[in-house]
Write a protein that binds this ligand. Structure first.
Ligand SMILES: Nc1ncnc2c1ncn2[C@@H]1O[C@H](COP(=O)(O)OP(=O)(O)OP(=O)(O)O)[C@@H](O)[C@H]1O
Ligand SMILES: [Mg+2]
Length: 414
């Protein structure tokens, strides 16, 4: 194929003469202009879509091979400690997403399984983003993580929400049909909550409600024009059309202090509860979280309505934090042991030291996020001094850990 030559500017398909500055692609015996190429692309897309709705034996077999929910959860267990409730809900949603894709309605009367977008709520450092990454490692559909904080309403400085789909297209290697079956994880969704009526000085809520409104368009299953941003396969086109009908959206956010909103609502409803003889578990109000609380927090009702599944991440307790230090595939302690091992040094932490690290992390109230900075403070001198020394074994006991940690804090205060 080559570009048009001067006296050879007729499109074989429509018979039009194509001006020199327009695209005309030549084949062996003919040429096709940009308009006709677009039309062919549409025909191909329709044809492929119809083909994918015909059930074949191969497809049915593929469904049988799909990971079942408990297998998906087992995979997540390797990375995410605790959070059983959220892992179960997500495993079911991911499984149903696959089932939905592999069993589209064929006849007009067939039941269509609707998708169940999920919203995942949990305090900072409880593993929300980690969960997203763990899902990504397992899937064979395109997956991308988008951070809601970078989006602004169209026309303002920042990214348009459509760029979420650009990332999904990139994950699908610009194959639109593949991208249309993907999963999008929108992190930090709480950061685009509507700023409350208690702040009347905000006249335009550029990064809040406007962004939520734009997100609606993606979520409701429409054709969205996506800028491929330098997409290799479509250098001539400014937009690719992506149908979001089958894309599964998982949104997550810390929703700081939403437990207070839940508690307030539950307390006003508490009489109803007593009638049913149910005790309110005051230590874990998040289990009662509903769409109503998300609305109260500042998500617009239309957006909440498009996330029918709500789940939450528990606050991490002492035992969970200790397990996080030791158990995941790339647990922090394993990482430090490995760092020393490379220098031929065997590293050990005593059990008391691990408890001390966990206690300090709980004081920080940053979930598992605090663990790393604490170990780093404890280990900094050792990592500086021991490589290249003749030490073959290092034990980090409680006295040493306390000494290093407190010293690092005092030197910080100096
Ligand atoms: N349940 C968990 N199991 C294993 N590791 C965890 C868990 N929760 C958090 N971590 C670890 O803590 C760190 C922070 O976790 P992550 O980024 O997932 O938090 P987050 O919930 O997304 O917090 P934020 O709301 O601040 O974004 C990561 O290094 C992660 O590996
Ligand atoms: Mg996060």
């Amino acid at each position: 194929m080559a570009k048009s030559k001067k006296n050879d500017n007729i499109c074989t398909f429509c018979g039009e003469a194509i001006p020199d500055n327009s695209l005309l692609i030549h084949g062996q015996d003919g040429a096709i202009c940009e308009n006709c190429a677009d039309a062919v692309e549409d025909i191909l897309r329709d044809w492929n879509m119809n083909r994918s709705t015909r059930k074949t034996d191969k497809q049915v077999k593929r469904v049988e091979k799909l990971l079942k929910p408990h297998e998906i959860k087992a995979h997540l267990d390797q990375y995410v400690i605790g959070q059983d409730e959220a892992k179960r809900v997500i495993s079911v949603a991911v499984y149903n997403h696959y089932k939905r894709l592999s069993h589209p309605p064929v006849l007009p009367d067939d039941v269509e399984i609707e998708k169940s977008n999920i919203i995942l709520v949990g305090e900072t450092g409880t593993g929300k983003t980690l969960m997203a990454r763990a899902i990504a490692k397992m899937l064979d559909v395109p997956f991308c993580i988008a951070d809601a904080t970078v989006f602004t309403e169209a026309g303002y400085v920042g990214e348009d929400v459509e760029s979420i789909l650009t990332r999904l297209l990139q994950a699908a290697d610009y194959n639109v049909q593949k991208a249309e079956k993907g999963i999008v994880f929108i992190d930090e969704i709480d950061k685009v909550a509507r700023k409350g009526a208690d702040n009347p000085s905000i006249t335009r809520d550029v990064s809040g409600e406007g962004v939520q409104q734009s997100l609606l368009k993606l979520l409701e299953g429409s054709m969205v024009n996506v800028p491929p941003q330098g997409g290799r396969k479509h250098p001539e086109q400014r937009f690719l059309e992506v149908n979001t009908q089958n894309i599964l959206f998982i949104a997550s956010g810390a929703f700081n202090s939403i437990d207070k909103i839940v508690a307030e609502r539950m307390n006003t409803n508490v009489i109803g509860y007593n009638k049913k003889n149910r005790q309110l578990d005051k230590n874990n109000m998040m289990q009662y979280l509903t769409t109503q609380d998300l609305k109260q927090f500042g998500l617009i009702p239309e957006l909440c309505g498009r996330f029918p599944v709500i789940t939450y991440m528990n606050k991490l307790d002492h035992e969970a934090l200790k397990r996080i230090l030791l158990e995941p595939k790339n647990a922090l302690i394993k990482q430090y042991e490995r760092l020393f091992e490379i220098d031929g040094i065997q590293l050990k932490f005593t059990d008391e030291t691990l408890d001390y690290i966990v206690e300090k992390a709980m004081e920080l109230n940053l979930g598992a996020r605090g663990l790393r900075s604490i170990i780093e403070k404890i280990m900094n001198s050792a990592m500086f001094e021991f490589p290249g020394s003749n030490k073959k074994k290092v034990v980090i006991d409680l006295d040493y850990a306390k000494d290093q940690f407190e010293h690092s804090i005092y030197s910080f205060l100096d």
